[in-house]
Ligand binder design. Sequence first.
Ligand code: SF4
Length: 375
Amino acid sequence: MPTRNREIDACPGVLATHQAADGAVARVRVPGGQLTAAAFATISAGAAELGDGTIELTSRANLQVRGLSDGAALSTRLGDAGLLPSATHERVRNILASPLTGRDGSTDVRPLVTTLDRTLCARPRLADLPGRFLFAIDDGRGDVAWLGADVSALLTSEDSAAILLGGQDRGLRTPLDGVVDTMLACAEAFLTFRTTEWRVAELTNGPDRIAALACPEGHLQDVECPEGHLHGMGPGRVGQADGLVSLVAGAPLGWLDRAQAAALVDTAAPLVVTPWRGIVVADLTPARADEMAGRLRETGLLLDPDAPLARVTACTGRPGCAKALADVRADAAPVPDTTLPVHWSGCARRCGRPRGRVVDVIATGNGYTTTVGDS
Ligand code: SF4
């Protein structure tokens, strides 16, 4: 199995893994975070039998399997389960979506996610997008539109959307049936301008140039975008519009161990990976939700919004990352006297840091420094 050349594009996939200090890492793209329990069971079994048993949740709502002994066997299993629909485009299927979309009374953007994914994979040129290029479709609540995606669609009504570029609103608007084509036109415009840049935000005047090329007639409208809230949702229980219940289970420090993954498989419910290192267990009857909450809590998953680790995240650190100056996952803990998210990093790169205002705890090789900052 090839390992990607970092000078070309360091983002791993399943077909091109990343060689970490603790073995090969495969990143499984999960467009919109939406997974059936059966698909998650395939990933979980792959992690248990071919990896070190852990599943890592990323800030792009993708899943990573670590310590792989046989990456080819994993890709075969995932392919058979329909999780690798395009060998050429597998690393560019980075699509965030509002995790509760269509379930709590909001407009359902899941069909848009499906169409975006299929259309993206059908356009050969878009296989050249960097593996870190990110799309987002926000159902209007403002939870994923402002997470720094390169191209975001933010619904402004039931039949229209704002298109944001590099997290910036340049007044680009489209009817709902034009969302996918407009988003992909923007991605193609990025490829036209790109030389060595990985992201829209790295291009000089990127949002303006992309908007002008992708929509030359101009669809600029004076429509307000909903405000964003970057830190999304924490653990808890959410009532659905159909009377059913979704449980939001937080993964401590963003990793699922074998028992936690097995408990999620056992729910046999639709799952949604969130960009806040959680898993939504959806469409449960209230009684089933009570039962499942108890079982998930027993494994150490976070079900309570005020759980001490609910807003604490960490990078890989030692021993998995060769750059790490500390075993941050062993050291990570809540920071007293703050309600902000806290992110522990093994070096100044701060991989996996949440967006927005965050308490950063960074290893120095001689302890940690603690600062508060925005991004
Ligand atoms: S922040 Fe540093 S130590 Fe942590 S995963 Fe990234 S490179 Fe490794």
